[in-house]
Ligand binder design. Structure first.
Ligand code: APR
Ligand code: ZN
Ligand code: ZN
Length: 369
């Protein structure tokens, strides 16, 4: 039986359960023995209700493991394959998939039923369904997911590092490399330097930005940004972030600014610290009722700014995961450095607390496989 961390209701601590049943993979699905899962702010956002989800639910949507069993019709994976698990599978056939925008897949892209592609989860307890966050449910040493959600990787890559690719790296690095159009020599500002924001910073560095201004309220986080490529840091708890970025850019504003928190006021700030004609990229996941409040003429028309929404780093996972692994193997993408803490599944609630206090980039659950 799997051992899993289950959310039973909003604001409840996760329950560690070893009595859940896990069905074998159905057609088009695989069973994965998880090696490692990252604890992301979006897990916390499901716990506190920012991201709606049915309960009980096995959280976790960023991880890597080894394929244990494949369902009928699965031909691209076999038991023993090492995989990164992603959470926005694509059908390959719809309007968006055909145009290279797999992250917007009409068929599978925005499934939030708590189930897999057919809407039902594979976990259950006493005959009642136990849902799976984002078609994943990776806070479990064993899970069943859609086969198209898994991307096979080189078995030489440590699974703990690979685990982070599934959400934080695809989202953050993708925001810089795919969503934004960063030109070599650009000045980039990143508001929010957690697990995802640090990846935006390293993505901006890879894209050739010459100045990268990291903005956060937490000095520990700001210190961490330097090894990922930040050239300047701004403590938003001490100074006005928009004013400081404006000052650091000769009164102009950033060529490209990223919001990686998901709050209304920081979204406004991000748009305001973008130069005229520049791009503001919104990466953080806000509550559903958050509104943007900006002067239409001045923020957009006269200043000709572009605001871009960034869902899953505008990624096509089957192409982007191999690219990211390649960058890691060449030493250009830092993954090991993102791991602040390795924990056991039993410590997952502590990892949520650490995220709230902001002391960690990522805690990674090591399933000890
Ligand atoms: N001003 C500046 N920094 C802030 C502010 C603020 N008002 N509020 C929070 N922060 C900083 C925190 O100090 C922290 O370093 O934002 C960072 C958020 O980091 P994490 O909690 O590690 O979150 P992360 O996993 O990076 O996710 C960020 O992206 O995927 C989404 O749902 C996720 O919306 C979340 C966002
Ligand atoms: Zn599609
Ligand atoms: Zn995430």
């Amino acid at each position: 039986m799997p051992k899993a961390a289950v959310l039973t209701g909003i604001d409840q601590p996760l329950e560690i359960r070893d009595d859940l049943e896990l069905e074998s993979p159905r057609a088009g699905e695989i069973m994965v023995r998880m090696a490692a899962s990252g604890v992301c702010h979006s897990d916390l956002s499901v716990q506190n209700g920012t991201i709606p989800s049915p309960t009980p639910c096995v959280l976790g949507h960023e991880g890597a493991g080894i394929v244990e069993e494949v369902g009928e019709g699965v031909t691209h994976l076999s038991p023993g394959d090492h995989v990164v698990v992603t959470f926005v599978p694509r059908c390959g056939e719809c309007y968006f998939c055909q145009r290279g925008q797999g992250f917007l897949c009409d068929k599978y892209g925005a499934v939030a039923t708590g189930g897999l592609i057919d809407g039902t989860p594979r976990f259950s307890s006493g005959g009642s369904p136990v849902f799976q966050m984002s078609m994943c449910g990776l806070f479990s040493d064993q899970t069943v997911i859609p086969a198209i959600s898994a991307v096979k990787i080189d078995p030489d890559v440590p699974l703990k590092a690979a685990a982070l690719i599934g959400c934080g790296v695809l989202t953050g690095v993708g925001a810089a490399l795919n969503t934004a159009d960063i030109k070599p020599g650009d000045t980039v500002a990143v508001l929010g330097c957690g697990g995802v924001g640090l990846n935006v910073i390293q993505g901006a560095r890879i894209a050739g930005a010459s100045e990268i201004i990291a903005i956060d309220m937490n000095p520990t986080k700001l210190e961490m940004t330097k090894q990922f490529g930040a050239t300047q840091t701004v403590n938003a708890g001490e100074v006005d972030a928009v004013g400081k970025v404006t000052e650091l850019t000769g009164g102009r504003g950033a060529d490209v600014a990223f919001e990686v928190i998901g709050l209304g006021p920081t979204i406004d700030q991000t748009i305001n610290m973008t130069r005229k004609g520049g791009q503001a990229v919104l990466v953080g996941v806000p509550r559903l009722d958050v509104m943007i409040n900006l002067p239409a003429a001045f923020a957009f028309l006269y200043l000709a700014k572009t605001v871009k929404g960034c869902w899953y780093g505008s990624s096509n996972v089957h192409e982007d995961v191999p690219k990211l692994i390649d960058l890691y193997q060449k030493g250009e993408l830092k993954l090991d450095e993102l791991i602040s803490r390795e924990i056991s599944l039993d410590q997952v609630n502590d990892a949520f607390e650490d995220m709230k206090t902001g002391e960690v980039a990522r805690s990674v659950i090591d399933f000890g496989g």
